[in-house]
Design a protein around this ligand. Structure first.
Ligand SMILES: [Zn+2]
Ligand SMILES: [Zn+2]
Length: 374
């Protein structure tokens, strides 16, 4: 089959690789219809990652067609409820491969599995004509039928939507029309958080970003207010101790004004710029929740005053990936038109153009790039 194989930082080769259709290890084969390029893929391409052992095929935001009938457990309702997805059906995939045995798996927290593997990181992913979905994913309901009214490329974005929904599902705080939510980051992930915040919770939502075209999209998606930070600032330099764009008084004041002077109740960090963390601390209200959604390079430390944390009852949380429940919720929200996935897709490429797709992603051209020709 054709595949884009990652051999190490900066090195992806389009080549023919052997694919075993009759793999005796079980699972199911997908003909890949679309696979979106995640910021994670771009970071792995550029720098490698501890989870990734080359050579491997990247890509975990996948829509594909199954090659045989598959009996899938519906974990959202009842572990015993099973449905058959017919051969030829299109499916979206939860890329976490759990062991089904550890204490987290027993608690259905498959994304926290201590023996976790992942499609597109530790085993071959979707930047190829075919991808094998291991048995463990099927056992936990990790492949979900795609409704007719979603295109292949929209279906590829169900996975990142599921990750955002997973983040919201762990916020132990009611969110409603009086809640001030701030999303830091104007990429596809930030804009998905914005959509969830507005359309699912009807919260007053601030979107903070750097790229004017993306800020315009945020406004059209219903952001109550937006903040455009200077894009010429060097705060993306991880080792910089200088004041950063988030530190300007005007930005802080504008947001506090919007939040009636008391600060923001829910802050979602959807950028891997470490400066966003310090900024979040300045803007947080009493009783607020700060969710670190984005993946950071290791070694970024935040300094925190525990007294401030204590007296203001602040929660700082993280969220990673998703479970099949969130993927099923993502399918419902996207197919009912509550969340718009097509607006998140701006670039389309064939597999042979994978490097261009990665470049477009890391240089913030548009939003998601999708590979849709294999
Ligand atoms: Zn992703
Ligand atoms: Zn496990």
């Amino acid at each position: 089959m054709h595949a884009a194989v990652f051999y190490g930082p900066g090195n992806i080769v389009n080549e023919e690789v052997y694919y075993n259709y009759n793999d005796k290890k079980g699972g199911v084969s997908l003909i890949v219809n679309a696979c979106a390029v995640c910021g994670y893929d771009a970071r792995v391409f550029r720098n490698g990652h501890q989870k990734v052992t080359a050579p491997v095929i990247l890509g975990h935001e996948i829509c594909g067609q199954i090659d045989k009938d598959v009996l899938v457990t519906n974990t959202a309702n009842d572990a015993r409820a099973q449905t058959t997805i017919k051969a030829g059906s299109r499916v979206a995939v939860s890329p976490i491969i759990p062991c089904i045995d550890c204490k987290y798996c027993c608690n259905k927290e498959y994304n926290l599995c201590i023996n976790r593997k992942e499609i597109g990181s530790s085993i071959d992913g979707g930047f190829a004509e075919y991808v094998r979905i291991p048995e463990e994913i099927i056992k936990i309901g990790g492949i979900v039928s795609v409704p007719e009214n979603l295109s292949d490329e929209e279906a590829a974005l169900l996975e990142p939507l599921a990750c955002c929904l997973n983040g919201f599902s762990h916020m132990r705080r009611p969110i409603g029309s009086k809640t001030n939510v701030m999303v830091i980051g104007d990429g596809p992930i930030g804009l998905l958080h914005l959509q969830i915040s507005k359309r699912l919770y009807n919260a007053r939502t601030i979107l903070v970003g750097k790229i004017p075209q993306r800020i315009e999209i945020a406004k059209s998606l219903g952001a109550d207010t937006t903040v455009t930070l200077s894009s010429t600032d060097d705060s993306d330099d991880y080792n910089s101790n200088k004041d950063n764009i988030y530190g300007t008084n005007n930005v802080t004041k504008g947001i506090l004004d919007f939040a009636n002077g008391v600060g923001v109740n829910v802050i979602i960090i959807a950028t891997s710029n470490p400066a966003a963390l310090g900024f979040a601390l300045k803007i947080a209200s009493k009783g607020s929740i700060i969710n670190i959604f984005a993946g950071f390079r290791s070694g970024n430390l935040i300094s925190l005053d525990p007294k401030w944390l204590h007296y203001n009852q602040i929660s700082i949380t993280g969220s990673f990936s998703s479970t099949p429940n969130s993927l099923q919720q993502a399918v419902r929200l996207a197919s009912r038109g509550i969340i718009n996935l097509s607006r998140m897709i701006t670039h389309r490429y064939s597999l042979t153009e994978i490097e261009e797709a990665v470049k477009a992603t890391e240089e913030y051209h548009g939003l998601r790039a999708v590979i849709n020709e294999f």
